[in-house]
Design a protein around this ligand. Sequence first.
Ligand code: F6P
Length: 554
Amino acid sequence: MATLISDTAPWKDMKAHVGEIDKTHLRDLMTDTERCKSMMTEFDGIFLDYSRQRATGETISKLFTLAEAANLKKKINSMFNGEHINSTEDRSVLHVALRASKDTTINSDGKNVVPEVWQVLDKIKEFSDKVRNGSWIGATGKALTNVIAIGIGGSFLGPLFVHTALQTDPEAAKSAGGRQLRFLANVDPVDVARNISGLDPETTLVVVVSKTFTTAETMLNARTLREWVSSALGPQAVSKHMVAVSTNLKLVEKFGIDPNNAFAFWDWVGGRYSVCSAVGVLPLSLQYGFSFVEKFLKGARSIDQHFHSAPFENNIPVLLGLLSVWNVSFLGYPARAILPYTQALEKLAPHIQQVSMESNGKGVSIDGVRLPFEAGEIDFGEPGTNGQHSFYQLIHQGRVIPCDFIGIVKSQQPVYLRDEVVNNHDELMSNFFAQPDALAYGKTPEQLQSENVASHLVPHKTFTGNRPSVSLLLPSLDAYRIGQLLAIYEHRIAVEGFIWGINSFDQWGVELGKSLASQVRKQLHASRNKGESVEGFNFSTTKLLTRYLEASAD
Ligand code: F6P
């Protein structure tokens, strides 16, 4: 019987250590300058301050002991060595190979995968250059200036995050010129309408992105846009206006997309870890040009190397991952708020939500043993300061939710108004610096009384404080930094999974809903086309389906 991490002495020791930490308050911990100094680290421009964690030096060293018990170093190495650490699907987990330099060797099943990665990258460069410079044109001879990328989950959220972050980078925006990149994910006809609104099929390239090329939503959207293209330009136009990204090139061809216009990736790339494959690289390269994508990949690579080789004491993803485990499994805080202080990162939280919750939302260990503790965390977030006017009340006075504050030193878009006290970016950053302290220190009744606050309001204005956060400060937000940020989160999530002893790289939990939807789909078809009554569902679903069918009948 495999050992669960919760059965080990270091786990039990951490549990016992909570009692010690409960005797402390961040208000006091923050007065210890040496402690604070030891809880800051820096790598390649990224500055991490984790002094506002409910932790002492002893906590950190106990976490390292826990990491040892979980064989963290060995597991990280196994990932980089291409071992089949995704055991339930019998696959390697090699998204790091997607951003490796050409001269690196990374083996999966005895074969160096890096040359194949670069073959596809070179093909993307060539194709996107042609589309951008107008040598690949549409069926009616017009340049393709707009791209609709169809895909869902990992075939959507990562590329959307990077696109949104690059859109306001002045150099990237200049390179995009007037081009448009849109993402069609939802099977909802509303999303189709939004995507095609204002676009002309003559000048539009559709990229169908699906690892499996079987995902119901994506395939229906692909058929819908194939119809949109062929009804406007004729069926022969599809070969000029539709390309694909997939691991399943047979199905791509069957769908009617020329295999020469397909961009491959591999089963050792998990969907939610695929933004650095053709999944993200193709649409982003079409929009911004390949050089921006190269910079993005380099940023991710910088963190990969750091994660693989830096000692745990200053290894940013390792520290962040261990602290997450500390918060979730020992302090009992199940959620995390991702709070970037820049609008450019508005899609970071939705992306990380999938990476984290699909990876670590597991109920059993990697050996199939039901976990006696909760793994995974509930991720959500909004850019500051918008979030402050939304859910911060709860994180200041209600539930304790560990927060990630992400700040950018040099804004993508500095604005200076002559008469303001500070420029707009300094105004934004004032909040970035203030919020972590507000959470950590809170406000005591004594402070309020000394400010002559009316006594009946004192309880309402009291903040208990002692609420943990980390602050990440990035020098700027260009393609390179975006790549770094992505890799920090990807590896942090892997670290959590490695400690919990789960498989962070499968996603069986999403299957049940998919198969029930297919049962409903069959019923809707039979009822609409053959007048069959609803059967085989529970009372509630039967009632809802019948009502829907009756009310939507033509
Ligand atoms: O939601 C389940 C899932 O399998 C994700 O893991 C994946 O990113 C998404 O569906 C899309 O899958 P595909 O790229 O195969 O269309």
